[in-house]
Design a protein around this ligand. Sequence first.
Ligand SMILES: *[C@@H]1O[C@H](CO)[C@@H](O)[C@H](O)[C@H]1NC(C)=O
Ligand SMILES: *[C@@H]1O[C@H](CO)[C@@H](O)[C@H](O)[C@H]1NC(C)=O
Ligand SMILES: *[C@@H]1O[C@H](CO)[C@@H](O)[C@H](O)[C@H]1NC(C)=O
Ligand SMILES: *[C@@H]1O[C@H](CO)[C@@H](O)[C@H](O)[C@H]1NC(C)=O
Length: 472
Amino acid sequence: MAPAPRPPSHLLPSVVAICFLSLTFLLCYKVDDFAAQTKTVAGHNLDPTPWHLFPPKTFSDETRHARAVKIIHCSYLTCRYATNNATKFPFHSAVSAPKCPEFFRWIHHDLDPWARTRISMTQLEESQKFAAFRVVIVEGRLYVDMYYACVQSRAIFTIWGLVQMLRRYPGMVPDVDMMFDCMDKPSINRTENKAMPLPLFRYCTTEAHFDIPFPDWSFWGWPEVNLRSWREEFEDIKKGSKNLSWFNKFPRAYWKGNPDVDSPAREELLKCNHSRMWGAQIMRQDWAQEARDGYEQSKLSNQCNHRYKIYAEGFAWSVSLKYILSCGSMSLIISPQYEDFFSRGLDPLKNYWPIPFTNMCESIKHAVDWGNTHFPEAETIGRQGQKFMESLSMDTVYSYMFHLITEYSKLQDFKPTPPPSALEVCTDSLLCIADEKQMQFLEKSAASVSSVPPCSLNRGGSDIIYSWLQQK
Ligand SMILES: *[C@@H]1O[C@H](CO)[C@@H](O)[C@H](O)[C@H]1NC(C)=O
Ligand SMILES: *[C@@H]1O[C@H](CO)[C@@H](O)[C@H](O)[C@H]1NC(C)=O
Ligand SMILES: *[C@@H]1O[C@H](CO)[C@@H](O)[C@H](O)[C@H]1NC(C)=O
Ligand SMILES: *[C@@H]1O[C@H](CO)[C@@H](O)[C@H](O)[C@H]1NC(C)=O
C-alpha cells in the first residue's frame, strides 16, 4: 500500500504562524475588551457619583492597549502573588497598650443606631445606593467593589489607608463588609432613615446624620494639591511654627483658602478682610497659579507667622482643620456644621477659640483684641491646639480605624464574603494602578508592622457623650 501523501513540509510552520497570529490578535482584542469592563480604584470605566458630579476622569497612559494591559496586570495579577506571612500579633504580650484618647468614645456613639438591631445584609444592600465603593475584609485580605469613581485620587488613598492598617496589625483585623462614600456631604438623614438606619462610612457627619466618620484620604496624601502625608506635613508645620516667637508673630487673624466652594462660612468671612477694622487678613488660594509656581506659596509650614489662624468650613468639613491647629497659633474656629472623627475631641477655650456665625467679623476682632492683651493665655490655647494635633499621630489614626472597624464588625449579623464582582486590592496593586505622582506620595506613607498594640479602647460611656453633646 502506498503511503498517504504527506503534506508539504513548508505548510506546517505557516499554519502555526497563522494560528499564532490570529491567537495574538484575538488575545489583544480580548484584553482590550476585558479591560474596558474592569472597574479600578483609580476610576477606570466608572462614572462620577451622580449625587456629586465632577468632570469624568482622564488617563494619560500612552495607548488604549497599553492602558488595557496595565488595568489587567494591576487588577488581576498583582495581588495573587503577594504573600501574607507576617506573624500574627507581632508585639510582646507584656507590652500593655496605653489608653485611647477620650474622643475614641465617639465610636460607640456613631455605632449606637445598630447596637440593638445589629447590621443586616438588607441594610448594607440598601446603603449601597449611597455608596461609591464597598470594602470587604476577609482573613486579612481586602476586596473592593467599585460602584462610582471618586473625585481626584480619594479612592486610591482611602483604600491605601485601609491596606496599610492591615499591614500594621496583621492577623488582628476582623472580617467586615463596609459601604463607603467619598464625597463631602453626609447623606443618611436621621429623621428620614429612622425606621432603618443605613450604615455608610464617609469623611464627616453631623448630629442629624447616621453617616459614620472615617479618617479622610489626606492623612496619606493629596497629590493634586501637593499635600504630603500627615506625618510629613505635621513635622514641617511644627518646625515652621517656630520661625517666629509668639511675640513676633503678626498680631492678626489669618486665613488662606478657596472661597469659591459654595460655603456660607467662607462667603461671610470675605467680608472681614480688613486688618485695622477686623484684625483679619483673608487671602485667596489660587490652585492653578500655585501649581504653575511649584506650590512655594501654599506651603503650610510657611503659614504659621500669625498669632491667630481662622478655620472656616468648605463645601462640608475641610481637611484644613488639622493643618491650622498644628501651627500653634490660637485657632479661631467658625462654628462648624460638620464634624470629622477627631474634631469632636476639641475643647473650646482650651485648644481653640469659637467664633459664632452671626457677627463673625466683630467676634474675630474681639478674639484678636483679647489675645493681644492676654499674651500667656492666648499662647497657651495655641500650644494646646498644636499638642492635640501632635497626639493625633498616625499611630492614633490607625488605632481609631482598627477600633471603629472592630466594633462595627461585632454588629454584623452575617458572615462577610466578597461579592463576585469585587477584586482583591493590596499594597502592590495600588502602587501598580497609581500614576507616577500618586505613587511617590503613596510610598512615603506606607506603614510597617506595629511594635505596639493599638491603644486600649475606653468602654461605653454614653453618659459622658451625652454631657459633651449638652455642652455644644
Ligand atoms: C514571607 O516569606 C518569604 C519566604 O519565607 C520571605 O522572603 C518574605 O520576606 C516574607 N514576607 C513577609 C512580609 O514577612
Ligand atoms: C432630614 O429630613 C427632614 C425630614 O425630611 C428634614 O426636615 C431635615 O431638614 C433633614 N435634615 C438635614 C440635615 O438634611
Ligand atoms: C484682602 O485684603 C488684602 C489687602 O487689602 C488683599 O491683598 C487681598 O487680596 C484681599 N483678599 C481677598 C480674598 O480679596
Ligand atoms: C519667617 O518669618 C519672616 C518674618 O520675620 C518671614 O518673612 C518669613 O517668610 C518666615 N519664614 C517662614 C519659613 O515662614
